[in-house]
Design a protein around this ligand. Structure first.
Ligand code: HMG
Ligand code: MG
Length: 309
């Protein structure tokens, strides 16, 4: 059966779920930053174009981080210069500091994401900073970006468990997350960077925030919990979910992080729950199969394999 002839699950809508979910596609950034090889910029551009063609409307395109830290995304300027922006599609990029913001502004971006850590050890490993100093780095970035008219998302990593510090208390996460929102981030994405969270932990953390309207979730699938955790987040009132086409992904500075929740697996779930998502699953699977060919290894997504295998 070709991917285009794929069936879809029966729609059985349930109460207590958002009518529509915004899928924040991170494959071109979180996925490709973790590849051993550097994917040519032309392939990245085709990937972005195919993802937009499959109906995804938020494509996290790349990062303006130090090229020595993430050589896989060192072509950020070239990528932005070659991007064929589609109407109705947003192309946010990661920015860590002032230098990154200058580069992003020069490249004409209108949406950035900063990325803090809920723990001190990961702030050191990922940002060469401390827990406290990272806020001093990010606050002026958010302020200046907002002045320039940019939209700013905040990521918070290690929201559930940290490979060096163990379980991360919910209160610690809420305090750090609220600081990013107070800086002026319009959205806060809660990252399970190493994929250890389970459903009740997710529900408890989201409830602990009180106001959930600005929250998004970002699950890596290391322990196979990402889809269950996503449903827990939806039931707790979150309606923006990060995922990566084909389940690409990881984090080069957290060895135990594997791929993100696969967008195809997410779409299958949403379809069955009767939640609007706007994605053409057949086209998306074709894109992930094509990308797997470019990378020389199969997609870990169960849905990709069920449909295209
Ligand atoms: P540093 O080495 O401490 O930087 O890196 P520095 O401020 O000391 O500067 C050293 C040199 O780097 C200077 O150049 C700067 O200009 C240059 P020199 O004066 O020596 O010639 N520099 C830069 N050049 C280009 N672009 C820049 C930049 N910044 C400084 N932006 C830094 C500090 C934060 C930059 C570094 O640690 C870094 O780039 N870290 C990023 C790591 C990363 O990208 N990790 C993956 C993304 S996070 C993630 O995946 C988690 C997430 O998915 C959520 C989840 O799963 O939880 C988002
Ligand atoms: Mg991530």
């Amino acid at each position: 059966m070709g991917a285009r002839e794929v069936g879809l699950p029966e729609r059985v809508p349930a109460a207590g779920l958002p009518p529509r979910v915004e899928i924040w596609e991170v494959g071109p950034r979180d996925g490709l930053q973790n590849e051993d090889s550097v994917v040519p910029v032309e392939v990245k551009l085709e990937f972005l174009d195919r993802l937009a063609g499959a109906g995804l409307t938020t494509l996290e395109a790349t990062s303006f981080v130090h090229p020595k830290w993430v050589p896989q995304l060192a072509d950020a300027e070239q990528l932005l210069a070659g991007l064929d922006r589609r109407d109705g599609v947003r192309y946010p990029v990661l920015v860590p500091n002032d230098r990154g913001l200058n580069r992003a502004l020069d490249a004409g971006v209108d949406h950035i994401a900063i990325f803090a850590s809920a723990t001190d050890t990961f702030a050191q490993r990922n940002l060469n900073s401390t827990f406290e100093d990272q806020f001093a780095m990010f606050e002026p970035v958010v302020t200046r970006a907002r002045k320039e008219g940019l939209e700013v998302r905040g990521y918070l990593s290690m929201c559930f468990g940290d490979p060096w510090e163990g379980v991360v208390p919910a209160e610690q996460v809420v305090r750090a997350g609220k600081r990013l929102l107070d800086f002026g981030c319009s959205q806060l994405s809660l990252g399970d960077t190493i994929g250890v969270a389970t459903t009740n932990q997710v529900t408890r953390l989201i409830e602990a925030f009180g106001d959930k309207s600005a929250l998004a979730v970002h699950f890596h699938d290391t322990y196979g919990q990402a889809l269950a955790n996503t449903e827990a987040a939806l039931r707790a009132g979150v309606s923006t979910v990060d995922s990566s086409a084909g389940g690409l992904g990881g984090c080069p500075y957290a060895e135990s992080a594997t791929g993100n929740l696969a967008t195809e697996d997410l779409v299958w779930l949403l379809e069955g729950l009767g939640v609007e998502h706007g994605v053409d699953l057949g086209k998306l699977v074709e894109t992930s199969v094509w990308m797997a060919g470019q990378l020389g290894r199969p997609s870990p997504s169960r849905v990709v394999n069920a449909i295209a295998g």
